[in-house]
Design a protein around this ligand. Structure first.
Ligand code: ADP
Ligand code: MG
Length: 680
C-alpha cells in the first residue's frame, strides 16, 4: 500500500499509464491520482448479474461467472467437447456440441474469469451448461465493478477501469482528520471507503448514502478552511493602528440630511474598530441595492484621512467613479482632498495626479481599476475601498490587499445578496458587516405584473408619473429586433414611445460607445430625459433618486435576483416607487412564482434564498457571472445541514488554531479543486 503522497503524485506513476494515456488524461485536466479519483463516473456499466451455484435451478437461464480450468476435446464424432470450469471451488461443466476447438479456446480461456449465459442442467450430479454463450470477453475480474466515465481521445472504458482498479489496490489508509463529533454525522466512514464506493456503486444510488455525505463534507470543509487560512494570514499581518477620534465623525454625521440607520452605524463601528486595531482590516460591507453603503464607506475614508492616510476608492465603471467623486467633492470637500483617475484621464493631468499623490496633495483618489496599475505610487495608502465588485474572486481580493501594503486596510462593498449557505464559500476570507435594514424614509417599491397586451394601461400610468415629475426606466432584453427571439427590443420600444408620447424619450444600450452612454446618463441625472429606454447592461449602482418607475419587458426571461437588482434602480428617493413587470401570456409555473415573490418582498437576502430554491445552485446570479467554479459534489440546497455544520466547525477552529494541523492532508488534497480559488 502506498502512502499519502501517492495521492498527489502524477498519474504516470500508475502501472499501465504511459505517455499517451497521460496526455489523454491531462486533456481532461486530470494530472494527479487525486484528480483521477475526484473525477466521478457517469454511471455503472450494465453488466450481467452473476449467480451463485447454490441458487441454480434446473432448466432456468442464468448468467454465471466461472473460471475454465481444463479442456476435454475427445475428437470422436458425436462426443461433445467439454470444458471443466470452477466457481468458488465447485466444478461445473460447459458442454459444446458442434463447436470448434479454436472457438472454445477463445471464448473460454483457461484460468480467466468469464461470464457465461445458458440453461442450467444436471448430468451425473453435476451442473452443466450446454452450448453457453459468452457475456463478456474483457478482463472479467472487473466485470461487476465497471463504471462508465466520460472519455477523451485515446482512452477506453476498459483501460479507464483498469487504471482505477489499480489505484484502488494502492490507496493509502488515511488517519481520520475529523474528531468523532464531526465524523458521526456520516457514521464515521473513512475517506478511502467513501471514494471507492463512489466509483464502484451506482452514482444515482450513492447520493443518499453516508459515503457521499462524507465526501461532500470534505469538499465543503476544505473550501472553508482555505478561506479561513487566507483570513488568518491577513490577520497576522501587523499594521500601524490608525489614530483618530470620533469628534470629527460626529460632526460629519450631524451635517447629513438624514440619520444613519442602525445597521449603517453598526457597520461603521466595526470598520472603525478594525482601522484602529493593529490587525489589517479585510472586511466586506454587504447590503442590498440602495441600503446606503456609500456613506458608510465615505465616513470610513474621512476617518482614515483624519488619521493621516491616503485612501483609494475603486469603482467598477467610470460612471460610478464619477458619482462617488462628485458626492465627495460636493459634500465633504472641507475634510479631504479628493481627485479622480480613470482610463480617460489625460496624460498631463494623470502625470500631475501621480505627482500630487506622492507628495500627499491628494488624500482620496477615486477611480476605476486604473488606481492599481503598477506605475501608481501612493505616499501612505491606508485604506482601499472597492465598490460593487462581486465579480472578484478570493485570489483577486488577496492581490489587491497585498498591493496596498501591510498598513493598508481593505473594505469591499457588495450589493448582491447571496443565500446564507453560500456566504462562507464566497466571502469566507473576510469579516462581514451586513446592512439589512433600508433607510427609514424609503417606501417599499410597489411591484405590479401586467400582460403586455395591456400596455395602454402602463402608458396611462406613466403619463401620470411624469406629470408628477418622476422619471422612468424602461428595460428591454434586446437591443435590436431579432428574428430568432420574440422579445422586445430597446430600439423598437424607443421609436414607439417617442412616437406616441410627447415627452423626452432617450435610449442607452451596450453597443453605444462609452462616451455616448455617459452623456445619456448625465442627461438623465439632470432630469432632461423623462423616459430612458435601456437594455440591462446599464449599471445598477448609479443613484438616480428621481427615477421612480421601472418597466421591465419580458420579465419572465430574468431570474429573481436579476429582477430585484433591476428594480433596485428605482426607489432611492423619498417618493413611492413602482416596478412594472410585463410578460407575455402563458407564464410557466416558475415565472409565476418569481413574480409572486417579487410582489411580496423587497428583501434582497430573502429573494436570494428563493432564487436558489427555484433555480438551483450553479444557476443563481453571481455564480455564472462571477466565474466561480462550482462544487463538485456539494449542493447548498441539498446539503444545507452540512454547510451549517462546516460553518460551526470552522468557527470553532478559528478560536482554537492549534486544531488546524490535523487537516493538513485534507487541505493538500483539496487545495487545487477548491471552488474559491478560481475566479475571473
Ligand atoms: P448602495 O448601498 O446601493 O450603494 P447608496 O449608498 O447609493 O446605496 O444609497 C442610496 C441612497 O440612499 C443615496 O441617495 C443616499 O444618499 C441615501 N441614503 C443613504 N443612507 C441613508 C439614510 N440613513 N437615510 C436616508 N437616506 C440614505
Ligand atoms: Mg453603491
Amino acid at each position: 500500500m502506498a502512502d499519502f503522497e501517492y495521492l498527489l503524485s502524477t498519474i504516470d506513476r500508475i502501472k499501465g499509464v504511459g505517455k499517451k494515456t497521460l496526455s489523454s488524461f491531462n486533456k481532461k485536466k486530470i494530472f494527479t491520482i487525486f484528480d483521477l479519483l475526484w473525477h466521478l463516473p457517469i454511471s455503472k456499466i450494465e453488466t450481467a448479474e452473476d449467480t451463485e451455484i447454490e441458487d441454480l435451478q434446473i432448466g432456468k437461464n442464468y448468467n454465471i461467472k466461472v473460471k475454465p480450468i481444463k479442456y476435454n476435446f475427445p475428437r470422436i464424432r458425436n462426443l461433445p467437447n467439454r470444458v471443466v470450469c470452477e466457481k468458488n471451488g465447485i466444478k461445473i461443466d460447459c458442454i459444446f456440441f458442434n463447436s470448434y476447438e479454436g472457438y472454445i479456446r477463445k471464448i473460454l480461456p483457461l484460468n480467466e474469469n468469464v461470464i457465461i449465459n445458458g440453461k442450467a442442467t444436471i448430468f451425473k450430479n453435476k451442473f452443466q451448461f450446454v452450448n453457453p454463450t459468452l457475456k463478456n470477453l474483457n478482463n472479467t475480474n472487473v466485470i461487476k465493478d465497471d463504471s462508465k466515465y466520460s472519455l477523451s481521445e485515446g482512452l477506453t472504458l476498459t483501460k479507464y477501469n483498469e487504471i482505477i482498479n489499480n489505484v484502488f489496490q494502492n490507496l493509502p489508509d488515511l488517519t481520520e482528520w475529523y474528531p468523532k463529533e464531526i465524523s458521526k454525522s456520516f457514521d464515521h466512514v473513512s475517506w478511502k471507503e467513501s471514494i471507492i464506493k463512489i466509483h464502484k456503486e451506482d452514482i444515482k444510488k450513492i447520493r443518499d448514502t453516508k459515503y457521499f455525505k462524507r465526501l461532500v463534507y470534505d469538499e465543503i470543509f476544505a473550501n472553508f478552511l482555505i478561506s479561513s487560512d487566507i483570513r488568518n494570514k491577513i490577520k497576522k499581518i501587523k499594521k500601524k493602528n490608525k489614530v483618530f477620534n470620533l469628534k470629527h465623525q460626529i460632526k460629519i454625521i450631524n451635517n447629513l440630511e438624514f440619520n444613519l440607520t442602525k445597521d449603517q452605524t453598526k457597520a461603521l463601528e466595526n470598520i472603525n474598530k478594525d482601522m484602529k486595531s493593529k490587525q489589517k482590516m479585510f472586511r466586506l460591507l454587504q447590503g442590498d441595492v440602495g441600503s446606503g453603503k456609500t456613506i458608510v464607506s465615505v465616513i470610513a475614508a474621512l476617518n482614515a484621512v483624519k488619521a493621516g492616510y491616503q485612501v483609494a476608492i475603486m469603482a467598477p465603471t467610470e460612471i460610478l467613479a464619477n458619482q462617488h467623486y462628485k458626492y465627495i467633492i460636493n459634500n465633504f470637500k472641507k475634510y479631504c482632498k479628493p481627485q479622480i483617475l480613470t482610463g480617460k484621464t489625460e496624460y498631463i493631468q494623470r502625470k500631475k495626479i501621480l505627482n500630487d499623490l506622492l507628495c500627499k496633495k491628494i488624500n482620496i483618489l477615486i477611480g476605476t481599476h486604473a488606481l492599481f496599475q503598477n506605475k501608481i505610487t501612493y505616499n501612505n495608502l491606508g485604506l482601499i475601498i472597492i465598490d460593487e465588485q462581486h465579480k472578484f474572486g478570493v485570489n483577486q481580493r488577496k492581490k489587491l490587499s497585498d498591493k496596498g501594503g501591510d498598513n493598508c486596510d481593505v473594505l469591499v462593498m457588495s450589493a448582491t445578496p447571496i443565500p446564507r449557505t453560500m456566504m462562507m464559500t464566497i466571502y469566507g476570507d473576510m469579516d462581514i458587516s451586513l446592512i439589512k435594514s433600508k433607510p427609514k424614509n424609503r417606501k417599499p417599491i410597489k411591484t405590479y405584473s401586467k400582460n403586455e397586451t395591456k400596455i395602454d394601461d402602463v402608458i396611462k400610468f406613466i403619463k401620470k408619473e411624469i406629470l408628477k415629475k418622476n422619471q422612468i426606466f424602461w428595460v428591454c432584453p434586446l437591443i435590436k429586433e431579432s428574428q430568432k427571439i420574440d422579445h422586445q427590443s430597446a430600439i423598437e420600444k424607443y421609436k414607439y414611445l417617442s412616437r406616441i408620447l410627447n415627452y423626452n424619450v432617450d435610449i442607452i444600450h451596450g453597443s453605444m460607445c462609452k462616451e455616448d452612454r455617459e452623456d445619456v446618463l448625465k442627461k438623465f441625472k439632470e432630469k432632461k430625459i423623462d423616459i430612458l429606454v435601456s437594455t440591462t447592461v446599464i449599471e445598477v449602482g448609479i443613484d438616480f433618486p428621481n427615477a421612480n418607475v421601472i418597466v421591465i419587458e419580458n420579465s419572465n426571461k430574468y431570474g429573481l435576483s436579476q429582477l430585484h437588482q433591476l428594480r433596485g434602480r428605482v426607489g432611492r428617493g423619498e417618493r413611492e416607487a413602482a416596478c412594472i413587470l410585463l410578460f407575455k401570456a402563458g407564464l410557466s409555473e416558475n415565472a409565476r412564482k418569481r413574480i409572486t415573490i417579487l410582489k411580496n418582498t423587497n428583501d434582497g437576502f430573502k429573494i436570494a434564498e428563493e432564487d436558489l430554491k427555484i433555480r438551483g445552485y450553479g444557476d443563481i446570479l453571481g455564480f455564472k457571472q462571477s466565474g466561480l467554479k462550482k462544487y463538485n459534489l456539494a449542493d447548498p440546497l441539498q446539503h444545507k445541514d452540512l454547510f451549517d455544520l462546516a460553518e460551526t466547525h470552522i468557527k470553532k477552529i478559528e478560536k482554537n488554531n492549534i486544531e488546524i494541523v490535523r487537516y493538513n492532508k485534507l487541505l493538500k488534497l483539496y487545495d487545487k479543486v477548491a471552488v474559491i480559488n478560481d475566479a475571473i
